[in-house]
Design a binder for this molecule. Structure first.
Ligand code: SF4
Length: 434
């Protein structure tokens, strides 16, 4: 009789069928294009992140053949980056939603589809809005103060925030905001004097044209904002490269929920970021935003490690993200992991979208949050969306305590910095000033 074989002991990081299913590699061959699946799986197993079950997707919601053909003809389609081909399924690896799509499905962010076993983005060169904003509106307070930034967005978002300010674009699919029928309108210099709503719906803005438009508008930077750049990753990445080539800086205004590989790839051409830290617990993220905390904390650490300038924003929502306990833990984590000079903006909630029944954040709550942050050791703490509150948006020298940048709404009204140092005591102020 043959001896009983010894029980198989798997190393803790072995790829089991159960683990493969958890990360969405369900029954498909691991192929090498467009990202090397085996190396991605190795990263995933090492990361200790075992909670990345695929996010909900829109089954069978890919556009009809007619719309697809129009979209392709206009140049508004690109093959996605960072995904696994699992013939005939695909799995996106840009954000922790890890959408697993069968042919004909649409992604959680609404921007990607599986067509014949290939993942495509429909959010390419078709922004639904753009504008020239003061950089203070992002908000970024320690980065090129007083400069305009060319700001744009497409439809779609990786999150489902109950309090979303821009839900009319973030919770829409590209086909809801754009219509390629009619003559092509490609925006590039010389710029038309006006654009109507109908123009906006059919307008294209390709990466090289965007860079030329930003230069023509005398903007030293481009901001990917309003919705979520992770949801239009391929377009944002190409725009970043084109903008860099014209000497422009790139700014991401992001929820920070992105996979590490996709982030590092994109961050190579990003100069600054505004990262929303929407809460400080997974439960808070689940209730308010639909994401998770850990990927956002990882993003903050990676930007810090890479030396990309960034500022952290926390929206204080009554009953959701205003507990003393969470705020204290959050500030402690920021000081410990990012240092005392990382600017933190507490922003006031105003009733909107699915939280219209809530009151605005009491100013008293914001003042207490600022006190907690300062007590934790943070040197630059701002209060946003509270016009008229004295000192809420001013930058104070941490050494001599004098105001070095005074702001009113989004305008810089006084700037007392010389080459990044306080004009009064010569203390260096953290930031990128020129
Ligand atoms: S970027 Fe979009 S398609 Fe990709 S995983 Fe996130 S939600 Fe899904």
């Amino acid at each position: 009789m043959n001896p009983k074989p010894p029980a198989l002991r798997l190393p803790p990081d072995a790829l089991t069928r159960r683990r493969a299913l958890a990360c969405g590699v369900a029954g498909g061959a691991l192929l090498t294009a467009p990202i090397h699946a085996a190396s991605w799986l190795r990263d995933w197993l090492r990361s200790g992140d075992r909670n990345s079950a695929p996010g909900e997707v829109f089954k069978g919601d890919a556009p009809s053949d007619e719309v697809w053909r129009l979209w392709v003809a206009r140049g508004w389609v690109r093959e996605a980056r960072h995904y696994l081909r699992l013939e005939p399924n695909v799995q996106c690896k840009v954000c922790p939603n890890n959408c697993l799509l069968t042919p004909g499905d649409r992604s959680h962010c609404r921007n990607k589809i599986n067509r014949d076993g290939i993942l495509y983005t429909l959010a390419y060169a078709n922004p639904c809005t753009f504008h020239v904003d003061p950089i203070e509106k992002k908000p970024l307070f320690h980065y090129l103060p007083g400069t305009p930034t060319f700001s744009l967005a497409t439809a779609g978002c990786v999150f489902r925030c109950l309090n979303c300010q821009n839900w009319e674009i973030s919770q829409q699919k590209p086909e809801d905001t754009k219509d390629p029928r009619g003559p092509e309108l490609r925006l590039r210099p010389p710029l038309p004097p006006t654009l109507t709503y109908a123009d906006m719906r059919r307008l294209s803005l390709f990466p090289e044209d965007l860079a030329a438009v930003a230069v023509a508008l005398r903007c030293p930077s481009v901001s990917y904002t309003y919705s979520e750049p992770t949801a239009y990753y391929e377009y944002a990445a190409d725009c970043c490269r084109a903008a860099r080539a014209r000497g422009l800086r790139n700014i991401l205004v992001t929820c920070g929920s992105i996979e590490e590989r996709a982030l590092r790839d994109l961050a190579a051409s990003v100069d600054a970021a505004h990262v929303d830290l929407k809460g400080f617990s997974d439960d808070g993220y689940r209730r308010l935003n639909s994401g998770r905390l850990q990927p956002v904390l990882r993003t903050l650490k990676i930007y810090h490690e890479l030396g990309v300038w960034f500022e952290v924003i926390h929206l204080v929502v009554p009953g959701y993200t205003d507990t003393r306990e969470d705020l204290k833990r959050m500030c402690g984590w920021l000081v410990e992991n990012l240092g005392p000079d990382r600017p933190l903006h507490f922003s006031r909630f105003h009733p909107q979208h699915k939280l219209e029944h809530l009151p605005p954040t009491p100013v008293e709550t914001l003042l207490k949050a600022r006190e907690l942050a300062r007590a934790a050791g943070l040197r630059h703490v701002y209060l946003g969306n509270v016009p008229g509150l004295p000192g809420a948006a001013d930058t104070v020298c941490p050494h001599c305590r004098r105001v070095v940048i005074a702001r009113s709404t989004y305008a810089v009204t006084r700037l007392e910095l010389d080459a990044g140092r306080c004009r009064h005591c010569r203390q260096p102020i953290a930031g990128v000033w020129t």
